[in-house]
Structures are given as structure tokens and as C-alpha cells.
Design a protein around this ligand. Sequence first.
Ligand SMILES: CC(C)(COP(=O)(O)OP(=O)(O)OC[C@H]1O[C@@H](n2cnc3c(N)ncnc32)[C@H](O)[C@@H]1OP(=O)(O)O)[C@@H](O)C(=O)NCCC(=O)NCCS
Length: 199
Amino acid sequence: MNADTSSASLANTNAVGRVGMSPRVTELDGGRTLVIREALPEDAGALLRYLEAVSGESDFLTFGPGEFELTQAQEEVHLRRVREALDQLYIIGTIDAAIVALLSFTPGHRARVRHSGEFAISVGQSYWGRGVGGLMLDALLEWARAVGTVRKIALRVRTDNLRGIALYRRKGFVTEGTLRGEICVRGEYFDLLYMGLQL
Ligand SMILES: CC(C)(COP(=O)(O)OP(=O)(O)OC[C@H]1O[C@@H](n2cnc3c(N)ncnc32)[C@H](O)[C@@H]1OP(=O)(O)O)[C@@H](O)C(=O)NCCC(=O)NCCS
């Protein structure tokens, strides 16, 4: 069982009304301390190195080694824009200041679809199955409820990603449909589940 040692409330609101996320500190089983916080522009370099590392650890991501294709300057601009947006979130999990997890949430662009968005998540392989993904999702859901305008959160997951699907179901996501042959990894086509959670 992980013990949440954070004392501050998770969500905070800045002068322009943006609901941010206060850092959340959790003691993992085995004594490592996980800090979940919003990513900053100065994290761009470390984030790109993290993404390159995880791209080689899992075939369940939408990119493989060398395919993420953002420069550090572009990633910095992206992170700055997320921090200015009222309803976008980009959070990282760190252990001993090293990035071990990432979750980003982006809502629809126009008014009619802005209440709904998709997230992407990854955890470094050495921390799979230790509750880190669950804690990242808890942070997303708590933030989204505090924002108030986010009414639906969705994701796409490969039908053979049993660990991911188990996690999303446990957090209340339900399967809304199957996207046939949606992802191609080294010439092999895979189906994706579309899963959603109404807030
Ligand atoms: C999917 C991922 C984000 C989950 O994060 P995580 O930190 O490993 O997940 P957690 O430890 O919080 O929870 C995983 C759950 O799956 C369960 N699980 C693990 N392996 C499983 C398996 N083979 N079959 C079914 N359930 C499994 C765990 O028991 C746990 O559930 P529990 O807490 O009820 O016991 C992470 O493993 C990852 O990044 N994988 C590679 C990339 C990826 O798949 N990204 C998501 C794409 S949609």
C-alpha cells in the first residue's frame, strides 16, 4: 500500500483563473519517494531523454525509438503553452529528481468538443506495476474535477495492453468501442480500445 504523504491540497488556482496542480508526494512501497508535479519548460531536455528511453521499452506507445521528433526548443514552447492553457495538463512523476512517468491531457479545440479530451501516459519500465500509473491518473482526475469544465476523459489503448486496461477499468473507465487496425508496429496491425470516463 502506498502512503500519500502530501499535505497540500492538489489543485490550486492562479491569478488568471487557471487551476494548476500542487506537487503531490507519495512514499512508494520499498521506500522510494514519488513526486508528481506539473512539467515546466526547463524540464524539456529531461523529458525528451525520458521519452526516448521509454520508446524503446514498450510497443504500446504511439512512437518508437527516434520517432518522437520534437526538438528541445519545440518541447519548451509546448510546455509553456500548456502552462498558459486553462484546461490542459502535463504532469511528470519523479524519483530522486529523475523523470519516471509522464501524463498529458489535451481537450478538444472548439467549443462543442472542449469539455472532452484524451490523455496519454507512460511509466518507465523499472517502475511498472508499482502503482505509479494509478497515482498519475488519480492526479489527472482530481485536477479535472477541480477545473470543472472537463466533463469527459478518454484514451486509446491496445487491446493486448492488459496492464493498462486493468488500470483504466479500476479507475472507472469503460470501453466505448474498438478501433480496428489503428496502430501498426513493425508491419503488424493492432486494434485499440477507446475508453472513456464521464466526470
Ligand atoms: C500502462 C502503464 C501506464 C501502467 O502504469 P503502472 O504504473 O505500471 O500501473 P499500476 O502499477 O498503477 O497499475 C497496473 C495494474 O495492472 C495490473 N496488472 C499488471 N500486469 C497485469 C496483467 N498482465 N494483466 C492484468 N493486470 C495486470 C496490476 O496488478 C495493477 O492493478 P492493481 O493495482 O489493481 O493490482 C505502464 O505500465 C506503462 O507505461 N506501460 C508501457 C506504456 C503504456 O502501455 N502506456 C499506456 C498506453 S495506453
